[in-house]
Write a protein that binds this ligand. Structure first.
Ligand code: AHR
Length: 328
């Protein structure tokens, strides 16, 4: 329940000097718009948000947008009319948020963004963002591939001059896809070995296992004997692609080097089973920091404009050891 109304969070460099937005009467109420349940990662993220809300003693109004931006916008409008204390959301795509966030600002409800980045015309339309560095994840993916190919002296399967890479991209317009592509291309361009690589094909698989499998099937139809490396922008698509690769009579991780992103348990199992090579972690456990940030904002404390959670890189050299301690 909102009982007081003081305005404005002002971004100063990396940190926000916040005046108090609202005092909760009893329990803080947070409205949260999640994208949906497209991946193992997303399910872990949703479970973490719900568990963290309980730990924080916050009342959570959770809304599942079923992969549609218009559903997220509708949910945010409904949170505004319900006068929640804080609005949280994961932007399914980067753009198209200005109007609804302006409405939240006019209603003096602070907005905290989770996981993905967004592009707004006015940075004060949201107070803080907790997420992961998706451009860096893309860089890490290419660097891992470059290192592995070089150290193991891997040659093109088709006897040609280039190591051929195919890419399964995430949801079109999502920062997790845009950022990972950007980072990957940046690291490739910066590599002294850049002329050794060729991106044969790159297409969206929507971050889902089924689409990952379908798109990999079409890559294999066109380039079965040419593909050396798959970079899948999430693990679910990689796991779908592994099925397509096996169905095409090839050995995943041996004939085609497979690198995913997320570091979910399914991908650890694939690495342990010798069917995948590496995964770049994208940490979904952002709930505690999210609710801590909500509380600070409501208390008028300063919070950083943007915080990235910690992430690692896992491959077949450390997967089995790390697996028992994995939380998602
Ligand atoms: O935004 C994070 C990405 O979204 C994860 O990599 C992916 O699995 C999820 O669907």
């Amino acid at each position: 329940m909102r009982v007081s109304k003081s305005l404005f969070a002002i971004a100063l460099g990396a940190a926000i000097a916040a005046t108090s937005y609202a005092q909760a009467e009893d329990k803080i109420v947070v409205g949260f718009s999640q994208i949906g349940a497209e991946s193992e990662w997303r399910t872990a993220n949703t479970n973490d948000v719900k568990a963290a809300a309980e730990r924080a003693g916050v009342e959570l109004k959770f809304s599942d947008a079923q992969q549609k931006q218009e559903n997220q916008i509708r949910a945010i409008r409904s949170f505004i009319s319900q006068k929640v204390d804080v609005i949280g959301f994961v932007p399914i795509v980067e753009t198209g948020w200005d109007n609804v966030l302006r409405q939240a600002k006019q209603a003096n409800i602070p907005v905290v963004v989770m996981d993905r980045d967004l592009k707004v015309s006015d940075e004060s339309l949201y107070v803080a963002k907790i997420g992961t560095d998706q451009v860096e994840e893309g860089r890490k993916a290419f660097r891992w591939i470059d290192d592995y190919i070089t150290k193991n002296n891997i040659k093109p399967r088709n006897g040609g001059d280039t190591i051929n890479i195919v890419i399964l991209e995430g949801t079109v317009g999502a920062s997790a896809a845009v950022g990972r592509s950007k980072g990957f291309n940046e690291a490739l361009a910066a590599s002294p070995n850049k002329d050794k690589y060729k991106i044969l094909a790159s297409q969206t698989g929507d971050f889902t296992r089924q689409k990952g499998q379908e798109v990999m099937e079409s890559f294999l139809k066109n380039y079965r004997d040419d593909i050396d490396v798959l970079f899948s922008q999430n693990d679910d698509m990689a796991l779908g692609a592994i099925q397509a690769i096996e169905a095409a009579g090839l050995k995943p991780s041996k004939d085609i080097v497979i690198v995913g992103a997320d570091a979910v348990k399914g991908m650890f199992q694939a690495m342990i089973d010798g069917k995948a090579n590496a995964t770049i972690e994208c940490n979904p456990l952002q709930g505690d920091l999210f609710f801590e940030t909500c509380k600070k904002i409501l208390a008028g404390e300063s919070v950083p404009k943007s915080v990235y959670v910690e992430e690692g890189v896992f491959d077949t050299t450390n997967a089995a050891e790390a697996f028992p301690t994995r939380k998602y």
